[in-house]
Design a protein around this ligand. Structure first.
Ligand code: SF4
Length: 236
């Protein structure tokens, strides 16, 4: 992995990267389950979908989420009352179902006990409070919370495995802790562009900037990319 970094940080580079990615890719329905659910204004559903999506692909997430909707209903009250085994069985297509079912049920219980099952009341308390509350639940980490926050409209850039790999290769962050990498990325992407940056960097990571054998020759960012410049570009 390269350790080259674009310095100083600035929004011009982030703007350019995002403009090129938007020109090269489109985001279809079903590619980001959490985004599709957020567009319905269902932020409890966003959190549930993001828990389900851990360690699996979007296709399996979609199947598991649809199954949960059909068998139980993706609503705080219904999930709170459902049995753990019923929840686990419903989300089986996504794998790690026992662990994920436990986290989903704990979220529903917490929201019921402290916010009357109204996730909007929690979200309106601000980023720090949302992180403090949700991090108490085993199985909910920084990325899951940030996906919820970003889809709700807070200016945070969630970092998943694709964003981590792609941003290090591009030279937008050095490998490090979640929050250190996020701070670096926030230096390149404007507040209002951070959710898009998250989505399009994932899209790049799923398509061209794959973990093994990235397709750099097809990449619209190759002339801006540290990895390409230091290890792939022909040397003169
Ligand atoms: S040039 Fe290659 S390494 Fe750099 S972002 Fe594109 S695909 Fe990834």
């Amino acid at each position: 992995m390269n350790s080259c970094l674009h310095e100083p940080r600035g929004y011009e580079l982030g703007d350019e990267i995002l403009a090129r990615l938007k020109g090269a890719f489109s985001l279809g329905r079903g590619e980001f389950v959490a985004l599709d659910v957020a567009r319905r204004g269902d932020f409890f559903g966003v959190l549930v979908a993001t828990i389900i999506s851990q360690n699996t692909n979007e296709n399996n997430t979609l199947k598991a989420f649809a199954s949960l909707e059909e068998r139980v209903g993706v609503e705080c009250e219904k999930i709170r009352k459902a049995g753990l085994s019923e929840l686990a069985e419903a989300i089986r297509p996504a794998g790690l179902q026992e662990q994920k079912a436990k986290a989903i049920k704990q979220v529903a219980s917490l929201l019921y006990e402290k916010y009357g099952c109204d996730i909007g009341k929690l979200l309106s308390r601000g980023v720090e409070e949302v992180i403090r509350e949700l991090k108490q639940i085993e199985g909910i980490g920084d990325k899951t919370i940030d996906v919820l926050l970003a889809n709700y409209g807070y200016p945070v850039l969630p970092i998943d495995t694709h964003v981590r790999r792609v941003s290090v290769r591009l030279g937008l962050a050095r490998p490090g802790s979640y929050r250190a990498m996020q701070k670096s990325l926030h230096g390149f992407f404007r507040e209002e562009a951070r959710l898009d940056a998250h989505l399009y960097l994932i899209k790049l990571g799923r398509t061209l900037c794959r973990a093994k054998n990235p397709l750099c020759d097809e990449c619209p960012l190759s002339d801006l990319c540290c990895y390409y410049r230091t290890s792939r570009a022909p040397h003169s």
